[in-house]
Design a protein around this ligand. Structure first.
Ligand SMILES: Cc1ncc(COP(=O)(O)O)c(C=O)c1O
Length: 334
């Protein structure tokens, strides 16, 4: 299908490898599990967010912004990636973090501070009630100083950010051709929906012939069906003129696998921590307790229940998150 991309910066180390987990696949007894190593998109900036930010930050520069405001949890991978990329591009970064002011200076928060981001903390309740007002307050604050700020929403999951994983589907297309495989399922962790939304659109635009699944790590299926569909709508409204008329977003199937959130966002079960150890020892692959560990656990359970029994190969998109492991080190019981 014909379409053209909006402006984009080259920031991520791509293409990332597509790696076969042969020992884990044999031990699980289902289809071969391939991992798209988006934990290798960079060093400090590793993970899925850099793919989206290539498009969001291109827009910020194009619009003449000198400041970027974004938001996430205290251990947000998205905020850490944004803070480091802003430093790399000479932009000011202002982070609105949901959580405690006195949080340990560890993991992602340590890197936010290291990158020199301005940080303000807000409680979950205050953020939920006033997020738009908080963004506007800081935009006005910078405007009064003669600066122009762009707000990037949580996880860079919006119409612009979606392009990141549409572009990743181009890579997957050549990965599949090179490995001579035709995986019928692509699975990733869903936290704010943009990765899943981009993969869902890209799967169709690049004719990958797979079903895209998001395993939610917070909220529930209904929330993400709605959120991913809203992001896709926003993307389509914004870029419809760049896309072949034959493309119909109404035909896209959004698939969420619910049931692996556990006690709540960023709270993983003992089984997830055990799996993180198993995968590190069997395959040298590092998962995190907030996103990839939960989603990988869910994927293995679903393999055992036969959901992916119709194919020889499946792909897990490893969305990064390594720095979120460190603040939860005690739970690994090493
Ligand atoms: C490591 C990691 N994996 C997965 C996700 C989920 O991606 P998305 O926010 O695009 O749903 C995030 C962010 O939320 C993340 O930081």
């Amino acid at each position: 299908m014909k379409f053209s991309y909006p402006s984009r910066l080259t920031l991520a180390q791509t293409p990332t490898p597509l790696q076969l987990l042969s020992r884990l696949s044999a031990a699980t007894g289902g289809p071969r599990i391939w991992v798209k190593r988006d934990d290798m998109t960079g060093s400090g900036v590793s993970g899925n967010k850099i793919r989206k930010l290539e498009f969001c930050l291109a827009k910020a520069l194009q619009d003449g912004c000198d400041t970027v405001i974004t938001c996430g949890g205290v251990q947000s991978n998205h905020c850490r990636t944004t803070a480091l990329l802003c430093a790399q591009l000479g932009l000011r970064c202002h982070l609105i973090l949901r959580g405690q002011q006195d949080s340990d200076l560890d993991g992602n928060l340590l890197l936010d501070r290291l990158a020199g981001a301005e940080i303000n903390f807000y409680s979950n309740t205050e953020f939920q009630q006033r997020d738009q007002a908080i963004y506007q307050q800081w935009v006005d604050h910078y405007a009064a100083k003669g600066s122009k700020a762009m707000v990037i929403p949580v996880g860079a999951s919006d119409g612009i950010g979606l392009w990141g994983y549409i572009a990743a589907c181009k890579e997957l297309k050549s990965d599949f051709a090179r490995e001579k495989i035709q995986p019928k399922h692509i699975i990733s962790a869903t936290g704010s929906g943009g990765t899943q939304g981009g993969l869902t659109v890209g799967n169709t635009l690049y004719d990958l012939g797979a079903t895209v699944w998001g395993i939610n790590v917070c909220d529930d299926e209904a929330y993400f069906l709605n959120k991913v569909s809203a992001d896709i709508d926003q993307w389509y409204q914004g870029y419809q003129h760049q896309i072949d008329a034959a493309f119909d977003p109404e035909q896209l199937q959004i698939n969420v696998i619910d049931g692996y959130v556990g006690a709540g966002y960023a709270q993983a079960s003992e089984q997830v921590f055990e799996l993180i150890k198993t995968v590190a020892r069997l395959e040298g692959l590092i998962l995190d307790p907030v996103y990839t560990g939960k989603a990988f656990y869910g994927m293995l359970e679903q393999i055992r229940q036969g959901r992916f029994a119709d194919t020889d190969d499946i792909v897990f998109v490893h969305t990064g998150g390594i720095f979120g492991l460190f603040p939860q080190r005690d739970q690994l019981q090493l």
